[in-house]
Write a protein that binds this ligand. Structure first.
Ligand SMILES: NC(=O)c1ccc[n+]([C@@H]2O[C@H](COP(=O)([O-])OP(=O)(O)OC[C@H]3O[C@@H](n4cnc5c(N)ncnc54)[C@H](O)[C@@H]3O)[C@@H](O)[C@H]2O)c1
Length: 364
């Protein structure tokens, strides 16, 4: 099991480890038992992950004599809301969960975000552990302590920064992940290559076929590098006040596409198109070479991620979403642009005409 330390403050009170390996559920049980974090553990998981992995995880935890219960909720983003939170909280009360209890999030980003949020508010906060099971959650959402749920008015509007006590990444979970979810995570890995790691970008270009075939060795390498990149950024800017914004590369236009499609276009797909748009804007503004822009587009296509905005998505709708974002952030859209692959920067003054022209080019 590889271990990556996340150092968040001088006192180390909120620091934790990310452990990565294959088939490590038994080891996870042992490490949790040794940590003496709580007297009672409650696994929170969604219906899909529960049917695949509940027995295996519960057995691993019971084998080391942990007192453990499980709460399940219906899978999907649609569950990431106040109703599910209150339902889970009532179940926690019925199970006798108290300040000597800890939660274990077993699942994708929905489970992790919601479990972390419940942990942050239940009895004025109890500890929690992340066991991410989607590629997206393994390389992104389980690390960094952003927790939260959606409101009818928008996504992730209610939440808190609340760090997990540890993150355990078992790559075996990825074997059962549907293709669409796998691609969702790949899109975030491509993003890390573009914003921070030329070597990772080169590996993605060279090994496209093996990656699509889910080679475990490559997945381990990519997940580990991605976790280290996110760790590095979160360590500098835990509360998302500055440099952490570079993680939003491709997200400004990506979010607009996602929202304007009524969330029919998955997040990873929308971000892929957004990354191409951002690379083109960077080139138009003479920051990025056409060679680097070409490499980005080629990689995204060869990994089978989408490269165009469907014409069914309204241009005006997208621009209006981007403008709303702009208002929220004090009249400047924080566009993450590139000087070259691995060198991003934040530009607060991209003109709407350039955004419009770029989206127009990408509409097919
Ligand atoms: N906290 C953060 O920093 C952060 C960052 C990015 C995204 N997010 C959030 O993450 C969420 C998206 O996460 P996600 O893409 O993991 O979605 P998800 O949690 O809904 O999981 C996607 C689907 O895969 C299924 N699944 C999970 N693991 C599986 C496995 N091993 N085998 C088979 N099926 C499996 C789930 O049941 C679900 O149907 C969004 O709500 C987003 O806002 C949070």
């Amino acid at each position: 099991m590889k271990r990556i330390k996340v150092n968040l403050d001088k006192q180390s009170a909120t620091s934790y480890e990310i452990c990565i390996g294959h088939n490590i559920l038994d080891r996870i049980g042992l490490v949790i038992a040794k940590s003496n974090l709580a007297r009672h553990y409650i696994v929170i998981t969604d219906s899909n992950v529960s049917s695949l992995y509940r027995e295996e995880l519960l057995t691993a935890l019971k084998n080391v004599n942990l007192n453990v219960d499980l709460i399940e909720f219906p899978a999907g983003e649609i569950s990431k809301n106040t109703d599910t939170v209150l339902t889970i909280i009532k179940k926690l009360i019925n199970l006798g969960a108290d300040r000597n209890s800890a939660l274990i999030a077993l699942g994708g980003g929905v489970t992790g975000d919601m479990t972390g949020f419940i942990a942050s508010i239940y009895m004025r906060s109890i500890p929690y552990i992340q066991i991410p099971t989607t590629l997206m959650a393994q390389v992104d959402s389980s690390i960094g302590g952003k927790t939260g749920i959606d409101l009818p008015e928008g996504k992730n509007l209610l939440g808190a920064f609340f760090q997990p006590k540890s993150v355990f990444i078992d790559l075996q979970f990825l074997k059962t992940l549907p293709d669409e979810e796998f691609k969702n995570g790949l899109s975030e890995i491509v993003k890390y290559g573009i914003i921070d790691d030329m070597e990772l970008f080169n590996i993605l270009e060279r090994e496209t076929e093996n990656i699509k075939n889910r080679s475990m060795d490559l997945l381990e390498l990519m997940v580990e590098r991605s976790c280290k990149i996110k760790r590095g950024i979160v360590e500098i800017d835990e509360m998302d006040m500055g440099v952490r914004r570079i993680l939003n590369f491709g997200h400004t236009i990506g979010h607009a596409i996602e929202a304007e499609s009524g969330y029919m276009i998955p997040h990873g797909n929308a971000v892929s198109i957004g990354m191409i748009a951002s690379a083109r804007i960077s080139e138009k503004l003479n920051y990025l070479s056409s060679e680097d822009r070409n490499r980005i587009e080629h990689l995204i296509r060869s990994i089978d991620l989408p490269d165009h905005v469907p014409t069914s998505i309204s241009m005006e709708g997208m621009l209006s979403k981007i403008r709303t974002d702009k208002k929220k952030k004090g009249d400047s859209v924080h566009f993450v642009l590139l000087k070259k692959i691995g060198v991003p920067f934040i530009n607060g003054s991209v003109k709407e005409a350039i955004i419009r022209e770029t989206i127009e080019e990408l509409r097919k």
